[in-house]
Design a protein around this ligand. Structure first.
Ligand code: ADP
Ligand code: MG
Length: 254
């Protein structure tokens, strides 16, 4: 077990609490009785076959998708129809997508300052200073005046991470952040994520990068057909998977 997996960085504070959550897309029951508690500083890796509901589950956490049954409580605030609650939670939860989702018509810097200026009402100068510090940190400050289309995929994804960090999130959600990248760019994005983990960020990462899971995760969650089938510490999860579906999945990706 690597030194990062030791659980002593965890606090008792519950950051995400999902209780008996169900979701349907029309008649299709996509998430079935999801129960998940994430503590401050915890790093969760979510894996499972395509179509198992991984994206839907993490999108429910910041209300990009709406659940129909059960509860989702983020930092003590319940996600319900109250728009104030939704806005509160969105301010605290950053999200990074597979396809970066940068604004193509804005420069890298403007991508990073848009929400701090318009949502958090930060003065432009202060927002730009913060943005440059995060761009520095993901080693892309020298590209600040460029447009997303002028950058490589790995660079764009690092900008997307910096953009999220500019809102000072308490939780970061990642949805397959490296799966649209060429192999040589995967490491530069994973390195940024590892850095965040080392600093104690609470993270829920959908990824099939099992090296990352082994190195960083406190807990690996396996989903299949809309359910959490199994979850365990990485060494247990990989060495002793309990369910046939988990064994089959691991045999296909490892
Ligand atoms: P994963 O991220 O694990 O690949 P998803 O959460 O994207 O899975 O999708 C789970 C299931 O829900 C899939 O069968 C998918 O086709 C379906 N699905 C996803 N989004 C929608 C949607 N907006 N409307 C209807 N079905 C959807
Ligand atoms: Mg997905």
């Amino acid at each position: 077990m690597s030194e990062m997996n030791q659980a002593n960085h965890l606090s008792d504070e519950v950051m995400i609490n999902i209780i008996g959550m169900h979701k349907w897309y029309g008649a299709f029951h996509v998430l079935k009785d999801i129960n998940l508690t994430v503590h401050r500083g915890e790093r969760i890796v979510v894996c499972g076959p395509s179509g198992s509901g991984k994206s839907t589950m993490i999108r429910c956490i910041n209300h990009l998708e709406v659940h129909q049954q059960g509860k989702i409580i983020v930092e003590g605030t319940e996600l319900n129809e109250d728009i104030k609650n939704i806005e509160q939670i969105r301010r605290e939860v950053g999200m990074v997508f597979q396809h970066f989702n940068l604004f193509p018509h804005l420069t890298v810097l403007d991508n990073c300052t848009l929400a701090p200026i318009w949502v958090n009402k930060k003065p432009r100068k202060e927002a730009e200073e913060i943005a440059m510090a995060y761009l520095e940190r993901v080693q892309i400050a020298n590209q600040a005046k460029k447009f997303p289309g002028q950058l490589s995929g790995g660079q764009q994804q690092r900008v997307a991470i910096a953009r999220s960090l500019c809102m000072s999130p308490k939780i970061m959600l990642f949805d397959e952040p490296t799966s649209a990248l060429d192999p040589e760019m995967i490491k530069e994005v994973l390195d940024v994520m590892i850095g965040l983990a080392e600093e104690g960020m609470t993270m829920v990462c959908v990824t099939h990068e099992m090296g990352f899971a082994r190195k960083v995760a406190d807990r690996v969650i396996f989903m299949d057909a809309g359910q959490i089938v199994e979850q365990n510490a990485p060494h247990e999860f990989f060495e002793n998977p309990m369910h046939e579906r988990t064994k089959l999945f691991l045999s296909q990706i490892l």
